[in-house]
Design a protein around this ligand. Structure first.
Ligand SMILES: NC(=O)C1=CN([C@@H]2O[C@H](COP(=O)(O)OP(=O)(O)OC[C@H]3O[C@@H](n4cnc5c(N)ncnc54)[C@H](OP(=O)(O)O)[C@@H]3O)[C@@H](O)[C@H]2O)C=CC1
Ligand SMILES: CC(=O)N[C@@H](CCC(=O)OP(=O)(O)O)C(=O)O
Length: 346
C-alpha cells in the first residue's frame, strides 16, 4: 500500500481528494491535516464521509508527515506548498501540489501575478505540469507535480489539438469561462456569500486573472511560439463545474467534421477526454462528479472561426480527480483507479 498525506484536507479540493482516495485500492492515509479542525474526526467536519473515512484530522508536523508518507498532496492556498516541497525533495518523497506554486516555470512571472515571493526557485525546474494527457511520460518520473488550475485544465485540453496541429492563428485565442462557486474554495467571503451569488452571474478578473500566464505558458509550448490570450472568467450561481467557450481564427478553410477528426486522433485512447459527436454540446452536469473533460468543436464557416466548448468538474478533473490521475501515472497504475468515468445525473 502507498501511504499518502494530505495537507489541507478540509478545503473543497482536499476533501474531494480524501473521498476519492478512500476508495483507491492501493492507498492508505498516513496523515490528514487541518489548521482549523485539528483533533476532529474528518466525518465530524464532512458528514458525507461518515462510514467511509474514520481518520482524525491533525495539525501539520511537516518533518513527521514527510517521513511517514510516500506521496504528499498539498491542497493549500498558493504560497504554502513551497516549504513542503523543500522537505519532500530532501527526503526523496513525492509531492502533488494542487495549488499554483509550481505551475509557472518562471519565478518572476509567478511573483508578478501572485504577489508572493517564490521561496523554492531551485525546485521549479524539477516540477512537471500535471496534465497527464500532455505530459504523461514526464509525470511518471517526476517527484514534484504541479496539478493544473481548474480554468487552465479546461482551456488547455480544449485548445491543444488546434495549436499542436497549427490550425489557428495563435494570437487569436479568446477564452470565455464560467465557474461554479466551489472554485473559490470553502472559506467564507463576500464573493461567495449566498445572497451575492444566488441569481447572479458576473465576470471578474477581466484581463487580470492569475490563470492567464499559466494558460499562456502551456499554449505557447504547444504552439511552438509565445502567445497571449484574452481570458475572462465568470462566476455562475452553481456549485460545481466549469464551462469554457473558446474562439480562434482558422488558418485555412476547414469543416467541423475535419477539425473533429483531428481532435479524435489527438485524444485517441484518452480515458478522460470525451470528444463529443457533431451537434452534441458539453454541459457541467454531464461531467459533475466525473474526471472527464467533455469537448465539442464547431467551425463557423461564415467567420472562419472555430468555436470550442469544454466542460469539467472543477473539483474533479480541475483539482482532486486530476491529482489522483497523476498519482496513478506516477505509480504505474491504471489511470482510472479510484476515479469515476460517469458522473452524477441529474
Ligand atoms: N476549488 C477548486 O475548484 C480548485 C482549487 N484549487 C487549488 O487547490 C488549493 C485548495 O483550494 P480549495 O480546496 O478550494 O481551498 P479551501 O479554501 O476550500 O481550502 C483551503 C485548505 O487550506 C487550509 N489552509 C488555509 N489557510 C492555510 C494556512 N495559512 N496554512 C495552512 N493551511 C491553510 C485550510 O485549512 P482549514 O480548513 O483547516 O483552516 C483548508 O484545508 C488552492 O491552491 C486552490 O487554488 C485548484 C483547482 C481547483
Ligand atoms: C470561482 C473562483 O473563484 N475560482 C477561483 C479559481 C482559482 C483556483 O482554484 O485556482 P488556483 O489553483 O490557481 O488557485 C478563482 O478565480 O480564483
Amino acid at each position: 500500500m502507498i501511504k499518502v498525506g494530505i495537507i489541507g484536507a478540509t478545503g473543497y479540493a482536499g476533501a474531494e481528494l480524501v473521498r476519492l482516495l478512500s476508495r483507491h485500492p492501493q492507498v492508505e492515509f498516513g496523515a490528514l491535516t487541518s489548521q482549523s479542525y485539528a483533533g476532529k474526526l474528518i466525518w465530524e467536519v464532512f458528514p458525507h464521509l461518515y462510514g467511509l473515512v474514520d481518520d482524525r484530522l491533525e495539525e501539520l508536523n511537516l518533518p513527521e508527515l514527510v517521513a511517514n508518507c510516500d506521496v504528499i498532496f498539498t491542497a493549500l492556498p498558493h504560497g504554502h506548498a513551497m516549504p513542503v516541497a523543500e522537505a519532500v525533495w530532501q527526503q526523496g518523497k513525492r509531492l502533488i501540489d494542487l495549488g499554483a506554486d509550481f505551475r509557472l516555470k518562471d519565478a518572476a512571472i509567478y511573483q508578478s501575478w501572485y504577489k508572493t515571493e517564490h521561496t523554492a526557485v531551485d525546485l521549479l525546474a524539477s516540477a512537471v505540469y500535471g496534465l497527464p494527457e500532455l505530459y504523461r511520460r514526464q509525470i511518471k518520473d517526476s517527484r514534484i507535480i504541479a496539478n493544473p488550475g481548474c480554468y487552465p485544465t479546461s482551456a488547455i485540453l480544449g485548445l491543444a489539438p488546434l495549436l499542436t496541429n497549427r490550425l489557428i492563428n495563435p494570437e487569436s485565442v479568446i477564452i470565455d469561462a464560467k465557474s461554479g462557486v466551489s472554485g473559490a474554495g470553502r472559506g467564507l467571503s463576500l464573493k461567495t456569500h449566498f445572497s451575492e451569488t444566488t441569481g447572479n452571474f458576473q465576470a471578474y478578473g477581466v484581463a487580470t486573472h492569475r490563470h492567464t500566464p499559466e494558460i499562456e505558458q502551456e499554449l505557447s509550448m504547444l504552439a511552438g511560439v509565445p502567445l497571449t490570450v484574452s481570458f475572462t472568467p465568470h462566476l455562475t450561481p452553481m456549485v460545481r463545474g466549469i464551462l469554457s467557450t473558446m474562439y480562434a481564427k482558422l488558418n485555412q478553410d476547414m469543416t467541423t467534421g475535419e477539425v473533429l477528426a483531428i481532435y479524435r486522433r489527438f485524444y485517441e485512447g484518452e480515458r478522460f477526454v470525451r470528444v463529443l459527436p457533431e451537434g452534441m454540446l458539453p454541459s457541467t452536469k454531464a461531467v459533475a462528479g466525473s474526471n472527464c473533460c467533455d469537448i465539442a468543436v464547431t467551425v463557423d464557416t461564415r467567420t472562419k472561426r472555430v468555436i470550442v466548448l469544454s466542460a469539467i468538474d472543477n473539483l474533479i478533473k480541475g483539482a482532486a480527480g486530476q491529482a489522483v490521475q497523476n498519482l496513478n501515472v506516477m505509480l504505474g497504475l491504471p489511470e482510472d483507479t479510484g476515479l469515476d468515468f460517469a458522473g452524477m445525473y441529474p
